[in-house]
Ligand binder design. Structure first.
Ligand code: SF4
Length: 413
């Protein structure tokens, strides 16, 4: 439903969907909230602010042409900054004030608004907007504190899962050895069934109507439930299905949740029957010496075998490859072996291949190890060349999977 009005003579459009609502002021300032009234995003010209449920606000913008209309630039020109609480508060407050100004205008000058033909929709829109107007920085802080009481930090998700409902069956990563990774600081642990049930019902209650925006999938976290044997995994999934109100969205997870304790075809079938639809695998590279260099457990052969086993029972797969890993020293072999590994996985329509640029995170071991080994990092054009070389070597029997870039610095949950 669309609702149009005027704010101080400026046209404003409100939009109410089944998942979210938004207000746009003369198409220059757009704010979106979920149906629970939680701020989701703010957009102004080339500037975007994206708020996560954890209260973090990620600010993205393009350097040149600031404030001069919709200039679309390349992925690599985008700048990003996670705002401090003090920097984020004015953004959250401005969004709340925008909703309050629209409500005031609806009250004071209802004749200037159209879209009231359906009184029920008009009433629902106003009610929802009232919740948005209440979601100022104080309310947002309280909401983030509630979130923190339910969740351990959500380290990372695949980009198509940023709007999933994350349910944490495990904490931390049982590997913790990859030298480029700084995603998990918790000791690895599997929740008891009782703890997991309490977590799931707590999350469902916390999300309330906000769940509508996130109903496309449930992401079973965290990074790695590697040590979870099948009977325990099945118990956890059954708990999930009994606690989430139906219809239960399809389940997603990182592959490490299902390896380690080796799974066979019957196991994957059982997981699929419990709602698992797609699994993501951080292949990083198909070149085993590079995996050993960055201390990533497993081999390309094992990854191929796992993916093929999951594809055989109809699961979809998302494969994540790291661009620039191992710098110049490993580049040629990384390209050859990674392309060969992806080609051997039997991927096709419905599957995904993500190309994620290596981000050298301060405090991780990788930068020093690479420096000690005289591994020269790839610059931007070399990373582009590596990506193109890799893409050019990929071939698929039928319709190909989807390809996308993936920047872990854009992750917000
Ligand atoms: S890259 Fe994945 S497997 Fe490696 S330490 Fe990080 S979360 Fe664990």
């Amino acid at each position: 439903m669309l609702f149009r009005g005027l704010l101080n003579g400026v046209p404003v459009t409100g939009s109410l969907k089944g998942t979210s609502l938004s207000l746009a002021e003369d198409e220059r300032f757009v704010v979106s909230w979920d149906l629970g009234g939680r701020l989701y995003s703010v957009w102004r010209f080339n500037h975007t602010w994206r708020r996560g449920l954890n209260g973090e606000v990620l600010y993205k913008w393009y350097d040149a042409g600031e404030g001069h209309g919709r200039v679309s630039r390349g992925y690599d020109d985008r700048r990003r900054q996670t705002l401090t609480r003090e920097q984020a508060a004015p953004v959250v407050d401005e969004a709340a004030r925008f909703a309050a100004r629209a409500l005031a205008s609806m009250r004071e000058a209802p004749g200037s608004w159209t879209g009231q033909g359906n009184p029920d929709a008009w009433r629902v829109f106003r009610q929802r907007l009232e919740a948005c107007a209440r979601f100022d920085s104080v309310a947002a802080d309280a909401d983030a504190a509630r979130f923190a009481g339910l969740y351990r930090p959500v380290g990372i998700l695949p980009p198509d899962q940023y709007l999933s409902v994350v349910l944490q069956a495990t904490e931390g990563c049982s590997f913790g050895s990859c030298t480029f990774c700084d995603l998990y600081h918790d000791r690895y642990r599997v929740k008891t069934t009782r703890e997991f049930a309490a977590h799931v019902s707590g999350v469902v209650e916390y999300l309330g109507e906000s769940i509508a925006l996130r109903r496309r999938s449930i992401f079973l976290g965290a990074a790695n439930a590697r040590a979870v044997p099948m009977p325990r995994l099945i118990e956890l999934l059954e708990t999930l299905r009994a606690t989430v109100p139906p219809p239960v969205p399809p389940l997603r997870a990182f592959v490490d949740a299902f390896t380690g304790v080796r799974k066979n075809a019957a196991d994957y079938r059982a997981l699929r029957d419990l709602g698992l639809g797609r699994v993501y695998i951080g292949l990083e590279s198909g070149h085993d010496p590079l995996l050993a260099f960055v201390r990533k457990p497993g081999t390309a052969g094992e990854a191929i075998e796992t993916v093929r086993a999951m594809k055989a029972v109809g699961l979809q797969v998302g494969v994540i490859v790291m661009i620039g890993l191992g710098g110049e020293a490993f580049s040629a072999a990384h390209v050859e072996d990674t392309a060969a590994a992806i080609n051997a996985m039997g991927l096709g329509e419905g599957d995904l291949v993500y190309f994620s640029d290596l981000v050298e995170v301060p405090g991780t071991a990788y930068p020093a190890i690479a420096r000690d080994a005289s591994v020269r990092p790839l610059d931007l054009s070399e990373r582009h060349a590596q990506l193109s070389a890799l893409r050019s070597r990929l071939s698929f029997a039928g319709r190909p999977p989807q390809f996308a870039r993936y920047d872990i610095r854009e992750f917000v949950y």
